[in-house]
Design a protein around this ligand. Structure first.
Ligand code: P6P
Length: 335
């Protein structure tokens, strides 16, 4: 019995990345280094979050970010830390971030990758000790090396991502990512300062019985959505909504379930951002056997029009998403 609790700890992230790189004969190590840069920033943010209540870093800056949302101090700290790590790592030529209105030129024109990132999603939850997360997407740049990054490099459809992932700062801190060959989860061991493989080859159940929806929006959204929520209630599914996308998504990845943030009267295009929230999680969902759609199309097929555009998001267990879309379409047909 004790053997179960004394199992060897999983592969360290660094070693895992190196092993996976060996599988790509032409890999030259830049993507591996970029993933390490993100992991380093995540360790630093993890420490900041864990000390937030003591370091006076909680609460809002007193200004709004580009989204018109109340910017939290830790939003700014996380943004600075990730941008600094990506610049110093020299593998990224351009960055778009939820916290910055415009494309960030890292002055690394030789770098062949660009990154889209939400440095700290759900940060308003930190004050009440609820899990928060970082969400990131990695693309190859499209314009020539040794030139400044352009919007052409950034506004790529999610299907062109070469890697995506999230960091969940929760009861334990986890890094979950994919380079297109399955999804693997790593748990942070603070005493060793390293992430270790804890959730190899994550697969999302096709059928789930958990739905993540802000019930306060019930009358702010469409009849098709209300019909889906009624479907969940009649089938006695569990409503689980943390108000932190990464937390809800992670639980649904492991247990089966679906997160939905539809178009509402306030957010007519949905609330979540395509480039640095939806695309990354859609990539992971599909890699794990799940599904991710807007009200019109596959998230990964959406051709971006602007850096901060919002889209409705229906993501999780395949058959739950299909059921929701069917009810949405039936509503459309009745009109
Ligand atoms: P609401 C956090 O602000 C966030 O972007 C997601 O993490 C979360 O799921 C959602 O918004 C919560 O939005 O409108 O339900 O408070």
């Amino acid at each position: 019995m004790l053997e179960k609790f004394t199992a060897p700890i999983g592969t360290a992230l660094d070693r895992f990345i190196a092993q996976k790189q060996e599988q790509f004969p032409f890999a030259t190590g830049e993507l591996s280094q970029l993933l390490r840069d993100i992991a380093l920033a995540a360790k630093i943010i993890n420490r900041e979050i864990n000390r937030a209540g003591l370091s006076g870093i909680e609460g809002s800056v007193g200004e709004e970010n580009v989204q018109g949302e109340n910017q939290q101090k830790l939003d700014v700290v996380a943004d600075v830390r990730f941008i600094r790590a990506l610049i110093k790592g020299e593998q990224t030529c351009g960055i778009i971030s939820e916290e910055d209105e415009n494309l960030i030129d890292t002055k690394n024109p030789k770098a062949k990758y660009v990154v889209a990132i939400d440095p700290l999603d759900g940060s308003s939850n930190i004050n009440v000790n609820v899990s928060v997360g970082t969400i990131f997407s990695i693309y190859r740049r499209r314009t020539s090396l040794n030139t400044p990054p352009t919007l052409e490099d950034m506004l790529q459809p999610g299907r062109d991502q070469i890697a995506a992932g999230y960091v969940l700062y929760g009861s334990s801190t986890m890094l979950v990512y994919s380079t297109g060959y399955g999804v693997n989860g790593f748990t942070y061991e603070p005493s060793l300062g390293e992430f270790f493989l804890s959730h190899p080859n994550i697969k999302m159940k096709e059928n789930g019985e958990i739905y993540s929806f802000n019930d306060g929006l019930y009358y702010q959204t469409s009849e098709g959505i209300r019909n889906f929520i009624e479907h969940c209630r009649k089938n006695q599914y569990s409503g689980r909504y943390i108000g932190s996308l990464v937390s809800d998504f992670h639980r649904n990845m492991l247990k089966g379930g679906m997160y939905l943030y539809p178009a509402t009267k306030k957010h007519t295009q949905g609330k979540l951002r395509l480039m640095y929230e939806c695309n990354a999680l859609a990539f992971l969902a599909e890699q794990a056997g799940g599904m991710a759609f807007s009200d019109k199309e596959r998230i990964l097929d959406i051709m971006p029009e602007s850096l901060h555009q919002r889209v409705p998001l229906f993501i999780g267990s395949k058959n739950m998403v299909k059921q929701c879309l069917q009810l949405l379409n039936e509503e459309g047909q009745e009109k």
